[in-house]
Design a protein around this ligand. Structure first.
Ligand code: IPE
Ligand code: IPE
Ligand code: MG
Length: 238
């Protein structure tokens, strides 16, 4: 086995709408079932000893969807924040958020801050929700922050390093993802963690996210463990 248990797995939970459409259900039913998958995969990740799990929950581009979908999706998000957070505490899961949550309604923002506060002391899995997250927005915001530091005279241009950029990102306290999984057969990155996945291993599943199981997740992690990560270097075999 080449790799140990990944420290950080990032997931693009795609295919919720198609799952609902196939069943002639309202689209939000797919997202509700998808949230069950998210809880099951989080539990599995914790049991495997994975420390960080980052779930792409809502992208900066998803605001372009129809108003009725947005209303249903936001209602569902609110419901989860109001009623399901105790599940996180029970599983010793610490919640984090990346993205600009100021665009969500006040009750959703308050629910998120409360959930982050309530799970602060949890020592198990770090569960990161990417909400109104877009990597281009994240990098733009970071560049603005560094430019301001230059203007303020707290940093010289010559002293800007990769580490300065890492510190300017939402993910500054997190390791880079070792493994990135996308479900639903799509093979694209959709503006997710562009800086952070520079050397991540990718795995694409044909399963729609609501159909994806803890067993599928375990298989994906096992596949990752067989890979050889070279980081641009020669290996001993050569
Ligand atoms: C991904 O599921 C989750 C969000 C964008 C919130 P989709 O809603 O994109 O599902 P499909 O791709 O339409 O099936
Ligand atoms: C990516 O899925 C965003 C989330 C999973 C939250 P999308 O369904 O929005 O991405 P595209 O439109 O297929 O690229
Ligand atoms: Mg999609």
């Amino acid at each position: 086995m080449k790799n140990k248990i990944p420290q950080h797995v990032a997931i693009i939970m795609d295919g919720n709408g198609r799952w609902a459409k196939e069943r002639k259900l309202p689209l939000v039913a797919g997202h509700k079932k998808g949230a069950d998958t998210a809880f099951a995969v989080s539990k599995c990740a914790h049991e495997m000893g994975i420390k960080w799990l980052t779930l792409y929950t809502f992208s900066t581009e998803n605001w372009k969807r129809p108003a009725s979908w947005l209303a249903d999706y936001n209602k569902l998000l609110q419901w989860y924040l109001d009623s399901e957070i105790t599940q996180l505490i029970k599983n010793n899961t610490k919640l984090h958020v990346i993205g600009d949550i100021s665009k969500f309604s006040t009750p959703i923002q308050e629910g998120l801050f409360k959930a982050i506060g309530d799970t602060q002391a949890c020592t198990g899995l770090n569960l990161v929700l990417a909400l109104n997250y877009g990597a281009r927005h994240e990098i733009t915001r970071g560049v603005q922050n560094i430019a301001q530091q230059v203007i303020d005279g707290t940093i010289d241009v010559a002293d800007i390093t990769e580490s300065t950029i890492v510190k300017s990102l939402y993910t500054c306290d997190m390791p880079d993802p070792d493994l990135l999984i996308r479900t639903s057969g799509e093979q694209r990155i959709s503006n997710y963690l562009l800086w952070q996945v520079a050397y991540s291993e990718f795995r694409f599943s044909e399963k729609l996210w609501p159909d994806y199981t803890a067993k599928n997740f375990t298989e994906d992690v096992l596949d990752y463990q067989k890979r050889e990560r070279r980081y641009g270097q020669y290996t001993d075999a050569l």
